[in-house]
Design a binder for this molecule. Structure first.
Ligand SMILES: [Zn+2]
Length: 413
């Protein structure tokens, strides 16, 4: 195969420190992968890039990939699509415009809230305020330190001894800002709501929240590149930075649906738990008593996924998780009609190995685990406008109520 034409597509995206990436008139293309040859050229393209180029990596035939293309490459990409007969569609016409419209035009009066997205410092100072305000029910855990030396924190909400514990891990992927906003919204509701159903959830279960797991990546999306996904650790073998932390867990690590190339968005890392962030949370999870349900918050696609990702084979309690998933997505859709799909990772989305929920289920023996992929379906993608934080949080909260109810009925909680 002649890869010469691919070489001219190379996108050099070097930033000097302090500079923020701009995506003026950049397009996002969605590409249908219909055969092995197309998959191969798209993967070749990814491996020759610095990881920024793709939004969704080309993982398998019959799935889509999404790429960001700079205006001066439009002609090249069109020629490339034609050469390999790649069916494609422009998902976003001007990525910078989406980013500019993500935050509200006004400045909210509150120092913290859910009308705009906040950075790590703001989230952490809000947690500090909560800890002062609710000293009897909240406990802080500084359970790890990131590659760039940031503290990785969890808070546990417990109102009585002996409760089963439910774990919410959020923002393992840096650019998925809606996840931190939703996790903090839910924590706030749990502490302050007078809704009897929420009060019951808080009374009878302990809740552990990790609002931002990939702290370095999250900080980087605020300072430099809004579209960053991975961790920020460099490797001697490559000039590309970071691993996909959700392929880095020690369960079928480096198996199908993850990459061995450091430039890929789904790079699994040089070895299991090579990233301090994933290692720290795995050690922390092992210390959590009576852990019955593990959840990981992501965006986007509107999916509710459960194990496994490394195989199409069904998990032993697949039927139960499917039943819980079905009730949950029914509840989610009731409020605003937002339609989710539920299923095991491999069948509902794609093969993916080394994810946190598979590890929690397969190694830490948590009996049920789920990944939420929040709004939307690609219209804004990761750049979900801030005025959707509250609607997204409310429907997810409806889903959580149903999830816990059904899990309890099936005797998991
Ligand atoms: Zn994600």
């Amino acid at each position: 195969m002649n890869f010469l034409t691919l070489a001219i597509l190379s996108l050099c995206f070097l930033l000097t420190s302090g500079e923020k990436a701009r995506f003026e008139n950049y397009r996002v293309y969605s590409i249908k992968i219909q055969n092995e040859q197309q998959l191969e050229v798209l993967q070749y393209l990814e491996n020759s890039q610095n990881g920024l180029f793709y939004i969704e990596s080309p993982i398998s035939v019959f799935k889509s990939a999404e790429i960001i293309v700079a205006p001066h490459r439009f002609a090249d990409i069109t020629e490339f699509f034609e050469r390999y007969q790649l069916e494609n569609e422009i998902r976003v016409d001007n990525l910078q415009k989406l980013i500019d419209n993500e935050q509200p035009k006004f400045t909210p009066r509150a120092t913290f809230g859910w009308e705009k997205y906040y950075d790590l410092e703001n989230i952490y100072s809000w947690l500090d305020q909560l800890l002062e305000q609710y000293p009897n029910e909240l406990t802080n855990y500084n359970f790890g330190t990131s590659y760039e030396n940031r503290t990785i924190r969890a808070v546990k909400l417990s109102r009585k001894k002996g409760n089963p514990t439910i774990f919410i891990e959020s923002t393992i992927h840096a650019r998925e800002w809606i996840t931190a906003a939703t996790a903090t919204y839910i924590l706030n509701e749990f502490l302050s709501s007078s809704d009897p159903q929420i009060k019951e959830l808080v009374e009878n279960y302990d809740w552990v929240f990790v609002p931002v797991l990939n702290v370095d990546g999250y900080a980087y999306t605020h300072s430099t590149n809004r579209m960053w996904r991975k961790t920020r650790q460099p490797y001697s073998s490559s000039s590309c930075i970071g691993s996909d932390p959700n392929r880095n867990f020690d369960f079928h690590h480096g198996d199908v649906g993850s990459s061995t190339n450091p430039c890929s968005e789904t790079y699994a890392g040089p070895k299991p738990f090579s990233e301090p962030e994933t290692f720290a949370i795995s050690e922390f999870i092992k210390t959590v008593d009576n852990l019955k349900l593990y959840m990981s918050f992501h965006s986007y696609s509107q999916l509710l996924l459960f194990p496994f990702g490394h195989t199409y084979d069904h998990a032993p309690n697949h039927k139960d998780m499917f039943q819980i998933g079905t009730k949950t997505i029914e509840a989610i859709s009731k409020r605003y009609g937002t339609d989710y799909v539920t299923g095991n990772i491999a069948e509902a989305i794609y093969l993916a190995s080394g994810s946190s929920i598979d590890w929690a289920y397969g190694v830490a023996n948590v009996p049920i685990s789920f990944t939420f992929e929040f709004r939307d379906k690609g219209q804004h993608g990761f750049i979900l406008p801030a005025d959707q934080i509250i609607p997204n949080s409310l429907e997810v909260l409806d889903g959580l109520k149903a999830l816990v109810k059904e899990a309890k009925l099936l005797k998991y909680l």
